[in-house]
Design a protein around this ligand. Structure first.
Ligand code: ADP
Ligand code: AMP
Length: 214
């Protein structure tokens, strides 16, 4: 099962992708997480990606496509995967398609987690991410057991640099301009499904499972 999560930054793609990955035993692949791991480890890729991420811009397609294709070529992706935050541009989607065609394969579902911009601003401002494992929480909606501490690994939770109010507006503009056109792209292929992402996390997940098990 190969799934793409679409939606604005902060719509809940990562939250749902993790639940899908756990339920179906497939890898959750987030290009944002891969970039953040590289930043943390001080790699050249990380340094380059950071210069775009801190401004709320997309990392160039050449760089992003390469890391994604390397990742999906790994053994654990044979039975499927859930992509979170990729593709984010039409050229990225086209390259992914071409690579899958070469393997006589295709994406099965593109799921758009639909959340209006007003809610997005509240979601991103309240998002807290673990400095160590990248798990995400929300200060109001999805709280860790102990404030400021990750349930999974016990490390500190922080506001991501790119979730600061001055960057969120730019990220939303970039989303509407460069990423939203993917909704039509996958609709034309007949694999788009939309879920109401303003519902509680569990209700959004139930709606997604209903789609995957149709
Ligand atoms: P994305 O991966 O799309 O950027 P996240 O999954 O990180 O978004 O979610 C953004 C923020 O909103 C996080 O703080 C997350 O805990 C919170 N969140 C996710 N889903 C919901 C939901 N259904 N209701 C309320 N808050 C949510
Ligand atoms: P995310 O964790 O998905 O919100 O991504 C955080 C940031 O990483 C984005 O704002 C972009 O700067 C960068 N990024 C992640 N995925 C992509 C992608 N597919 N294409 C370009 N940039 C990306």
């Amino acid at each position: 099962m190969k799934i793409i999560m679409l939606g604005a930054p902060g719509a809940g793609k990562g939250t749902q992708a993790k639940l899908i990955a756990d339920k179906y035993g497939i890898p959750h692949i987030s290009t944002g997480d891969i970039f953040r791991a590289n930043i943390k480890n001080g790699t050249a890729l990380g340094m380059e990606a950071k210069s775009y991420m801190d401004q709320g811009l997309l990392v160039p397609d050449e760089l992003t496509v390469k890391i994604l294709l390397d990742r999906v070529a790994q053994e654990d992706c044979k039975k499927g995967y859930v992509l979170d935050g990729f593709p984010r541009t039409i050229p990225q989607a086209e390259v992914l398609d071409q690579e899958l065609v070469k393997l006589h394969d295709q994406i099965d579902h593109a799921i758009d987690v639909d959340v209006p911009d007003e809610n997005i601003i509240r979601r991103m401002g309240g998002r807290r991410a673990c400095v160590s494992c990248g798990a995400t929480y929300h200060i109001e909606y999805i709280k860790p057991h102990k404030e400021g501490i990750c349930d999974e690994c016990g490390q500190e939770l922080v506001l991501r640099d790119d979730d600061k109010p001055e960057t969120v507006g730019k990220r939303l503009d970039v989303y509407h301009e460069q990423t939203q056109p993917l909704i039509d792209f996958y609709d034309r292929k007949g694999i788009l499904k939309t879920v109401d992402g303003t519902q509680d996390m569990q209700d959004v997940f139930d709606a997604i499972v209903a789609i995957l098990e149709q």
